[in-house]
Design a protein around this ligand. Structure first.
Ligand code: PMP
Length: 373
């Protein structure tokens, strides 16, 4: 008997390997580098202790308390909030509900790889509308492509480039298509609040906003994402979801963090300051390299993208990525093999100390000397 035959269209698929090597300075997964403040940890621990006492019972499938808390915070009724096992599961569920054979989803690469992966799993055709040289959405081409699509993914801020999408453009997009416009705001807590598309959810029947507690809320380990959606979209997502995908422990941790969210605001503010500081220091490195050999892109998220051009005498992005990890125990994400991101590394904003270590390590690996004054 041979091995059972996997679906032909998935036969070449490889397991996702995010490269989580153990290092001293972990700047590769866009997590909250500060972690949960002490008082929030205590609240999470108390919530988990209660959950342990009820561990033999299934979790509440409809997460009523959590959806109330999320709805109250983002100004939408609880019935318009759908939770999932991380934003990842919700992207899959969106494609399950609205994609499928004979349907298409528009994506704007370079962007988060999950949209194309889950499109493939659900046999949804992917229509790519590449971003401009500055990584902005090509608005005209996206509007045109959206017309016949079942879904359009707009990531704001975009991962891994940090660009925002204009809410006025998203409104125009939603008016142009009868498909569902999914605005992925996983990193919006680090951006100008005026750039959020949450107000469009109440205004338009085909806009939903995806968010997560994995980034600003420092809860990547618990897996809690959510979608703010108009009634019919929320109902469709509730119908296709696995009822118990958000465990009792995930729900308890998320509730504790949301009830104590005031303690996280200063942490987010420090990361936003850290982004400006890190960008400035990286720009100073760029000035030490040959003109154009090293670039740092502006970002509205908790990471920045750096591009290395080895023709200017610098090592390649692959070499820099490896040397940072091997010689300095600093892990960043290597995007240099992704189309449109040749030579690019993505650096998560760290604590001030981690940012210092990263800049020193990068300077040494790139062979740049500090400017003398
Ligand atoms: N959207 C974007 C743009 C992301 O970068 C991520 C995480 N890398 C997610 C959604 C999903 O995050 P999570 O599954 O941790 O909620």
């Amino acid at each position: 008997m041979g091995s059972p035959r996997v679906r032909d269209d998935l036969a070449q698929l490889e397991p996702y390997d995010p490269d989580m090597r153990a290092v001293d300075v972990m700047l590769s997964a866009n997590e909250n580098s500060f972690g949960l403040p002490e008082e929030v940890r205590a609240a999470v621990a108390a919530g988990l202790a209660d959950a342990v006492a009820r561990a033999h019972r299934y979790p509440e499938a409809t997460s009523p308390r959590l959806r109330e808390l999320l709805g109250a915070q983002w100004g939408v009724p609880a019935r318009n909030v759908v939770v999932g096992n991380g934003g990842d599961e919700l992207i899959f569920n969106l494609l399950l509900a609205y994609g499928g054979a004979g349907r298409s989803a528009v994506v704007c690469p370079p962007t988060f790889s999950a949209y194309a992966l889950y499109a493939q799993l659900t046999a949804t055709q992917v229509v790519e509308v590449p971003r401009t040289a500055a990584f902005d959405v090509d608005e005209g081409a996206t509007l045109a492509a959206a017309e016949g699509a079942a879904l359009v993914f707009v990531t704001s801020p975009n991962n891994p480039t940090g660009n925002l999408a204009d809410p006025a453009f998203v409104r125009a997009l939603a008016r142009r298509t009868s498909g569902l416009v999914v605005v992925d705001e996983a990193y919006a807590d680090f951006a100008d609040p005026a750039a959020s598309c949450v107000p469009l959810v109440a205004e338009l029947p085909n806009v939903c906003v995806l968010k997560t507690l994995s980034k600003a809320y420092a809860l990547a380990g618990a897996r809690l994402g959510f979608v703010l959606a108009p009634d019919a979209v929320a109902d469709a997502l509730l119908a296709v979801r696995q009822p118990y995908s958000v465990s009792r422990f995930d729900q308890a941790a998320a509730e504790a963090v949301l009830l104590n969210r005031d303690a996280l605001a200063p942490v987010v503010a420090r990361l936003v300051e850290g982004r400006a500081h890190l960008t400035g220091r990286l720009e100073a490195l760029c000035a030490q390299a040959a003109p154009g050999a090293l670039r740092v892109y502006p970002s509205s998220a908790n990471f920045v993208l750096v591009r290395i051009d080895p023709s200017g005498g610098l090592p390649t992005a692959d070499e820099v990525h490896e040397a940072l990890a091997r010689d300095h125990s600093v892990l960043v994400r290597n995007f240099s093999h992704t189309p449109g991101l040749e030579g690019c590394l993505r650096v998560t904003v760290g604590t001030p100390q981690q940012n210092d270590l990263l800049v020193q390590a990068l300077r040494s690996v790139l062979g740049l000397v500090p400017a003398t004054c």
